[in-house]
Each structure stands twice: as C-alpha cells, then as structure tokens.
Design a protein around this ligand. Structure first.
Ligand code: SDX
Length: 436
C-alpha cells in the first residue's frame, strides 16, 4: 500500500507545514494517510457525509463510479449474477474465493441445517402490533439473536465468528418470512431442508399449511439474482454503521442489527419501497401523461420531490446492478405474462426522460439498484413493505464479511470521529435553579 509519494500540507496561519504518506490500493483513488494530522498540527479534517474520506482499507468489494463497475473479490457483478448462486457469492465474500464444488456442497448443507430459528423467537414476535413495519420487526429479531445464541458472542474466536456468519445468513430468510407472515396473520412456515436457499425463502414466504407450494424456477432464479445484486457495496451507510458499531467489540448480531436499522432509511435501502410508491402515485395521477409535471417537481428544490431510485453517492454512471435488475424484471414479467405491466412501462419511460434531461445529465444521476427492484419484487408477489427486508436479507453477507474483515485486522481500533464545535463558549449557571 505504501508509495514513495507524499502529500505536503502547508498553512497560512503560521502552523508549520507537514508531510503525509500517500497510500495506493490495487486500483481506485490513492489515499492520503492523515492519521497523524491531529498529533502533528492540533487540527482535524472536516468531511461531513464522508465525501472524500476512506474509512478503512478492504479487499472485499470495489466500485468504480465513473465506469459503473462493481467487483466482489475482483469478480464483475455481471458475471457473478449470471454464473453463480447467491450462496456461492456468500462463500466468496466471506472466505475470499469461489468454493470448489465439494466444499460448496458441505457449506450449503451447513447453512441449510441452520435455517431454523430458536423456537422462543416466535414468542418475542407476539409483542409487536400486527401492522408493525416488517423492518421494525426485523431489526428487533436480528438484535435478539444475541439473546438466543449466547454461545457465539466471543468476537475473538474464529470458530464463533464462523458460526455467527452461518447463523446470520441461514436465519435471515426465516426471520424475514416470519416478519411477513406475522404482518398478514398467517402461520409461520418452517424451512424445508430439501430446498435450495432462494426456493426455501419463497416457500417460507408464500406457502401455507393448507396446500402444497412449488416455487416457479424462473422466479426462484430471479430471487436468487436479486440477493446477489444486493450482497455488498463497499462502505455504504449501513456497512459503515456495522463497522462503527462492531468496532466497540459488541456481538456481530448487535452490529448487524444496527446495519438493518440504518438500511431502512429512504435515502438508502428504503429507496426501493419509496421508488415503487412514487411510480404507483404517478400512475394513479395519470401515468405517462403526468410524468412531465412530476419531473418539473423533482427539479424544483422547494418541492422536496426526488426521483427515487435515481442518483448515487459513488456511481456517476449507470449502476451496473440497475441494468441487471432491469433484465431480471423483464424476464419475470414475461414469465408471468405481465410484459405490458403499466408500472414497468412507466419506469422505463421515466428512465428515458431522465437520461435525456439536462438536470439529471449535469448531476450525473442514473438509475440505481433500487429503481427496478421494487417492480420485480412486486411481480414476485412480495408486498412493498417487505422490499427493504429483502435488501437486508441479501446485504447480511456483505455486513458480516466486512465485520469479519474489521475485527480480524490487527490494527483496528474503536471508531471515534471528532467534530467542529460551534456551540456556546463556556458560561456560568447563575444562582441555584433547582432544589437539590
Ligand atoms: C442505495 O452508498 C451505497 O452504496 C448505497 C447502495 C448500496 O448498495 O448500499 O447503493 C444502496 O442506497 C442506493 C441509493 C438509493 N437512494 C435513492 O434512490 C434515493 C434518491 N437518491 C438520492 O436521495 C441521492 O441520489 C443519494 C442519497 C442516493 C445520493 O445523495 P448524494 O450523493 O448526497 O448526492 P446529493 O443528494 O448531494 O445530490 C447531488 C445533486 C443535488 O442537487 P444540487 O444540490 O447539486 O442542485 O443531485 C440532486 C441533489 O438535489 N439529486 C437528485 C436525486 N439525487 C440527487 N435530484 C432528484 N432526484 C434524485 N433522486
């Protein structure tokens, strides 16, 4: 990582200039190592939103926002989404290599045999209102894993790290399906060990005790691909939350629960729900005839309207996942005979208009992963309120892999940013204001 180059910082306030080493990664922007800045100058950097800050070094995922490139452990997302199953991608993200066939079969069986949750978990659910948002329930269920699995809380034990990894990716589909079943008043469906990962999830979501349910293989493949497309995305808001939370040494279940909570926000993982609600609202207001009016509102800063599913902090080109999601969307709609779905047609019209509109072109706003994911999930029968739960299910592997990378880094420290204080200078409390 080290290079011969340095960054020299000089000041006009009399502070002596200082030099910082420049570090170079495998690819992507070089970084200025400013870890000694405060000790050498008594000054902080200031970067709210972390627009120019690398919070760590990582070997897991690389994004080139200008090229629209996304690599998991060096493999392009376009190749993984077409050639690998989500569970193979989980193995890749956690262990660093795609699994040999024999090892994958063993890994798959290990995950399958951890898909049931503790039987008491259903009683933790009973306290929730039936109309609770599934993400509120899921945040609690993931956090409760620290209570149900106290035998894997030692973050310094490689064996306990690995069993927590398996428990999290194995039980997320079960907990997501339980959150859904609870919200519609149906009985929970236990996992079936004869089914693959995505089939098992769809079975737990849509089967009932009253009749056989056989998932459509085209829809299962689409579900599996949706998981892969959402698996990891370097230091996004929820992953950074997991790293910061996990840096205190708390359990992986608690750190991942913090990630679930962060993902729920509409600026982040909640955008898929917000995007479909936006499309349905435009459709209700008149559909394509109303698109121009809506776009004018989006461009009017005072309206507060945003084209949900568009824009990205890193991608200033097409989000490669959006293209793959659009293909998956078309496959699913064709399989279901919904090729003329008005919402899909509206989304494609919006995308075309936005890509030709100066406001979006100047700001390099392109469709992101959330723009089509809501349409395809709705076609798969997943209710809008569950979209972000699906995102959380898939992103769990990214969160766990990044958490593992952090806690096994011998140089890691608890994260503790500083601030620019702009409050009152010291002042005195006059007189006694309350009786002690
Ligand atoms: C995800 O970080 C990740 O990797 C996240 C993610 C992952 O896999 O983990 O990729 C998943 O969160 C995807 C993003 C989902 N969010 C949305 O689709 C919500 C809509 N998009 C935005 O709110 C916004 O684009 C963000 C939050 C995604 C990015 O915000 P930034 O980088 O802080 O950019 P910004 O808000 O400063 O916008 C730059 C300009 C602004 O205009 P100006 O002040 O320069 O005039 O673009 C405008 C913004 O007003 N803008 C939009 C817009 N997004 C940005 N205007 C209209 N519609 C939008 N969607």
């Amino acid at each position: 990582m080290t290079t011969d180059h340095k960054a020299i910082l000089s000041f006009t306030d009399g502070t002596p200039s200082v030099e910082f080493p420049m570090l170079k990664g495998t690819t992507g922007p070089d970084v200025i190592d400013i870890r000694k800045l405060y000790a050498q100058t008594g000054k902080f950097t200031y970067d709210t939103g972390f627009l120019s800050t690398a919070s760590c070094d990582s070997t897991i995922t690389y994004i080139d926002g200008d090229k629209g490139q996304l690599l998991y452990r060096g493999y392009p997302i376009e190749q993984l989404a077409v050639n690998c199953s989500f569970l193979e991608v989980c193995y890749l993200l956690y262990y660093g290599e795609l699994p040999p066939e024999s090892e994958f079969k063993e890994f798959e069986q290990l995950v399958i045999h951890h898909t049931m949750v503790h039987e008491q978990m259903q009683f933790a659910m009973r306290g929730f209102r039936r109309d609770s948002h599934p993400m509120a329930i899921l945040t609690s269920l993931v956090g409760s894993m620290a209570a149900f699995y106290p035998d894997s809380l030692d973050i310094n034990s490689p064996e306990q790290q690995d069993i927590s990894f398996v428990r999290l990716i194995a039980k997320m589909p079960t907990m997501v399906a339980m959150s859904y079943k609870y919200s519609i008043g149906q009985p929970y469906i236990y996992p079936k060990n004869s089914l693959d990962y995505a089939s098992n999830f769809m079975h737990m979501m849509f089967a009932t005790p009253c009749e056989e349910y056989t998932p459509n293989p085209v829809l299962v493949r689409a579900m599996d691909r949706i998981f892969t497309l959402h698996a990891d995305h370097e230091q996004n808001a929820s992953t950074s939350t997991v790293r910061l939370c996990g840096s205190s040494g708390t359990s992986p279940f608690s750190a991942i629960a913090a990630g679930v909570a962060c993902l729920w926000g509409p600026a982040h993982g909640g955008a898929n729900q917000a995007c479909l609600e936006m499309l349905e609202q435009i459709q209700a207001e008149g559909g394509l005839a109303k698109v121009g009016e809506f776009m004018e509102r989006v461009k009017d800063k005072n309206s507060g309207a945003r084209l949900m599913g568009f824009g990205h902090r890193v991608y200033k080109n097409f989000d490669p996942r959006a293209k793959l999601m659009q293909e998956t969307c078309r496959e699913v709609l064709d399989e279901l005979g919904l090729g003329n779905d008005p919402i899909f047609k509206l989304a494609m019209a919006l995308e075309k208009i936005a890509l030709e509109d100066d406001y979006f072109v100047q700001r390099k706003l392109y469709p992101n992963v959330d723009f089509y994911s809501g349409i395809v999930q709705r076609a798969l029968g997943i209710p809008t309120s569950m979209f972000t739960c699906i995102f959380a299910l898939a992103r769990t592997i990214g969160w766990v892999a990044q958490w593992k990378e952090m806690i096994t880094d011998p140089e890691y420290k608890i994260g503790r940013p500083r601030q620019l204080y702009t409050g009152h200078p010291e002042r005195a409390v006059h007189g006694k204001r309350s009786r002690a």
